[in-house]
Ligand binder design. Structure first.
Ligand code: ZN
Length: 163
């Protein structure tokens, strides 16, 4: 009889490609947070206010200390005044005292491609760092992982003002 490896009772996270000591329901803590983030942005999309454009968008931001803050698109009757989901989420997060963020998930109703934040939202997110993970999410919960750096290369950021 062979002895058990001391690590045998730990699980291996395929996504993180490493042994992870924080496993629940076969998901490591990173995967659990990502699953929650995607779910929250989808829930937010369902709360979007867009009776004229009928183009719901939801966003969910993961703060560095593990909080998830959501935002929705809000479109008023002139159809020119749009508050994007990504910016409503970051505004809520900042208003609640958060300044450090690690990820954002965004989703809309487009089923056949991944859609990213608009240019204005990318610039606002850049205000709080360039290393964000960005998850572009379809209605079925599938997502494409990218980064803010990839979405907004050569960006102007607060670091340029400190020089
Ligand atoms: Zn936007």
């Amino acid at each position: 009889m062979t002895g058990k490896s001391r690590y045998e009772h730990f699980s291996f996270c395929e996504r993180e490609q490493k042994l992870n000591l924080y496993i629940l329901h076969n998901l490591c803590i990173h995967c659990l947070l990502l699953k929650a983030l995607v779910l929250k942005c989808q829930e937010a999309r369902n709360m979007a206010y867009c009776p004229y454009s009928k183009f719901p968008v939801g966003a969910a931001i993961l703060t560095a200390d593990g909080a998830i803050i959501t935002g929705i698109i809000l479109v008023v009757s002139n159809c020119c005044t749009v508050l994007c989901a990504e910016r409503t989420a970051i505004q809520r997060a900042v208003a609640e005292g958060h300044r450090k963020f690690t990820a954002i998930a965004v989703t809309c109703d487009i089923k056949d491609s991944f859609v990213g934040p608009c240019g204005a939202c990318r610039q606002v997110l850049m205000e709080f760092g360039s290393e964000w993970m960005v998850y572009l999410t379809k209605p079925d919960g599938t997502y494409k992982e990218t980064t803010l750096n990839e979405l907004l290369p050569y960006a102007f950021s607060p670091t340029h003002l400190r020089k």
